[in-house]
Ligand binder design. Structure first.
Ligand code: UD1
Ligand code: UDP
Length: 356
């Protein structure tokens, strides 16, 4: 049994780490194929180092580009490697261009595909991620939805129940495995001069938010309002896409502490100690919910409705007034909610199911 793990972006490295660890623990024959969709040190290599992952056997070096270019390059290059390696199964995770192209390349070569984090739906087809998820799910042979809700999405689209196993989300494994390590190895509050529960943490990088001048301007204005109403620092480790667009649009970040993207250990610690998180990231919505920190999501919809249902997350869109109102409403949310994403054994379960 040989396994190829195709990944290419920050969240895929973090969420595949438990699967890679499990392959290693069982001494399985596996290869990691990195597409090179993310390539900056702080978006890529830092996670291999911090999570002590073996470096990928292949790097396809596709880099950035429009959807057609990036997806096309991954298809061409992944196909070459898969034809040479002929693994029994390819595993992909999530909803990026890497995932769609990797799954498509494998399925056209009649190699079985396993989709980790299958079945998420925002029901918003303007999001590139929604198209990627749908395609990946429909060419997959093993589907690993994190929750019952995501399983139901797959069944509604006619995907056979025999292919589906609810395993939880591997992000729970990653959070549990790295919380204590973060406490031992980093002290971000000291480094940034922050008090526990005395600051807001922000991330934003969704194309529909940051590539639109007026939406990005409204989000920044909303963050300024939040910082000034609660007299608390607003810390914003900024995704390179967002940094680029802030510069291109000539926007000013008054009252916001914009910093470089952080390693997972540093970011996890900042999340856990923050008063409230504002984000448009999928993974960050989940992590806030798992860590018991209230979350305000800068979007009109979410493919993680479980977080809203348990009371951990509120969708506010991208208008400054609504962002402030949302933060007022969530500041004192009772944080005893249930973690809907599983027990932290998803990595083991996935490898067990694929390997048997
Ligand atoms: C991609 C995914 C998104 C995911 C996100 C995780 C798609 C369509 N989008 O978005 O679903 O949530 O990754 O972070 O697959 N850049 C760098 N260094 C890098 C990578 C990117 O500077 O290492 C800059 C480049 O200017 C690039 C831009 O960021 O043009 C966008 O990168 P891209 O991979 O196209 O999309 P993301 O916004 O990262
Ligand atoms: N993350 C990180 N450093 C940062 C910001 C985020 O390590 O500065 C991690 C975060 O903990 C989460 C993942 O990156 O596990 C989320 O990735 P991102 O928001 O880029 O993508 P999405 O989840 O929206 O696809």
């Amino acid at each position: 049994m040989t396994i190829a793990i195709i990944l290419g972006t920050r969240p895929e490295i973090i969420k595949m780490a438990p699967v890679i660890r499990e392959c290693k623990r069982r001494d399985l024959d596996y290869d990691v194929i990195h597409t090179g969709q993310h390539y900056s040190y702080e978006m890529d290599r830092i996670f291999f180092e911090q999570l002590e992952l073996p470096l990928p056997e292949y790097n396809l070096d596709v880099g950035s580009g429009n959807h057609g270019l990036q997806t096309g390059r991954i298809l061409v290059e992944a196909e070459k490697v898969l034809m040479a390696e002929r693994p029994d199964v390819v595993l992909v995770q999530g909803d990026t261009n890497t995932v769609m192209a990797g799954a498509l390349a494998a399925s056209k070569l009649h190699i079985k595909v396993g989709h980790v984090e299958a079945g998420l739906r925002s029901l918003d087809r303007r999001m590139p991620e929604e198209i990627n998820r749908i395609v990946a799910d429909h060419v997959s042979d093993y589907l690993f939805p994190p929750t019952e809700i995501s399983k139901q999405n797959l069944l509604k689209e006619g995907i056979s129940e025999a292919k589906i196993n609810v395993v939880g989300n591997t992000i729970v494994d990653s959070v549990y495995q790295n919380r204590a390590i973060a406490s031992r190895k980093v002290n971000m509050l000291k480094e940034l001069g922050l008090d526990p529960k005395g600051y807001f943490l922000v991330t934003a990088h969704r194309a529909e938010n940051v590539d639109d001048r007026s939406r990005l301007g409204e989000i920044i204005r909303g963050l300024e309002l939040v910082g000034s109403e609660f007299s608390a620092p607003v810390v914003f480790p900024m995704h390179p896409r967002t940094r680029k667009m802030v510069q291109e649009f000539g926007l000013h970040l008054d009252g916001i502490r914009a910093i470089e993207p952080l390693g997972f250990l540093e970011f996890l610690q900042l999340e856990a100690e923050s008063r409230l998180i504002l984000t448009d990231s999928g993974g960050v919505q989940e992590e806030a919910c798992i860590l018991g920190v209230p979350c305000v999501t800068l979007r009109d919809n979410t493919e993680r409705p479980e977080t809203v249902e348990v009371g951990a997350n509120l969708l506010v869109g991208a208008l400054s007034g609504r962002i402030l109102e949302g933060v007022r409403g969530m500041m004192d949310a009772e944080n005893g909610w249930r973690n809907p994403f599983g027990e932290g054994r998803a990595g083991e379960m996935i490898v067990e199911l694929v390997g048997s």
